[in-house]
Design a protein around this ligand. Structure first.
Ligand SMILES: Cc1cc2nc3c(=O)[nH]c(=O)nc-3n(C[C@H](O)[C@H](O)[C@H](O)COP(=O)(O)O)c2cc1C
Length: 194
């Protein structure tokens, strides 16, 4: 048994993006995280996902464009909300987009390709935490808007699994209520009715 891994997984939680700071991961650490994120169950070995790095000045440019898009989608917005959009990608030093690329396959449903993407995102979060960084996996409104996905570098047909924000976070994260495992699990009692 590896008690250190059990403890690590038992205590894992997301860090608040607004409180993540420099330094972000180095190039070597990013390579480690991507390697771990790609090492996930993947029916048919399709590797139906890819990763986009958002770092440096482009994060501010993305914010400006997101603010413009928010106005296009919703109409005139108050300055506070515009500022929120402008800083969406520049709070943490690094954001990694996990992108699902579903393909037509005679045997493997696209649902399973999306699930594999979720596994990649979760491994990415765990790898970031294991390297000592805070991480937070979010999607937000622009993931569900085609123009938002295009702005963020996705091609038509690609879907956002998540934008994983990664940075240094040293504070305490309050525990949130967790589901009671006893209410989630049951022994099999035969086929479900109606
Ligand atoms: C697919 C997915 C999308 C999410 N999108 C958002 C989001 O847009 N905004 C948000 O505040 N949290 C979002 N979350 C939740 C954050 O990851 C949240 O901070 C996290 O679930 C906290 O729980 P943890 O401490 O167990 O990591 C999303 C989670 C998942 C799995």
């Amino acid at each position: 048994m590896n008690q250190a891994v059990i403890d690590f997984l038992s205590q894992r939680k997301s860090a608040p993006i607004d409180l993540m700071g420099e330094p972000g991961p180095s190039d070597d650490e990013i390579a480690t995280m991507i390697r771990i994120a790609s090492r996930v169950p993947d029916h048919g070995r399709l590797a139906p996902w890819r990763f986009i790095l958002y770092r440096g000045d482009v994060r501010h440019e993305i914010g400006r464009r997101l603010a413009e898009l928010a106005v296009e989608v919703e109409g005139p917005l108050p300055e506070g909300r515009l500022e929120k959009e402008r800083t969406r990608f520049s709070r943490a030093p690094l954001v990694i987009g996990v992108v699902s690329l579903p393909v037509e396959n005679p045997k493997i449903p696209q649902w399973e390709m999306f699930l594999s993407g979720g596994a990649a995102a979760m491994n990415l979060v765990l790898a970031a935490n294991a390297l000592g960084y805070g991480a937070n996996w979010i999607t937000n409104w622009y993931s569900e808007v085609e123009a938002g996905r295009a702005l963020l570098g996705l091609k038509p047909g690609e879907r956002v699994v998540g934008f994983v924000h990664i940075g240094t976070f040293a504070g305490d994260i309050p525990e949130r209520p967790r589901p009671d495992p006893a209410r989630l699990v049951s022994d099999y009692r035969g086929p479900a009715e109606g």
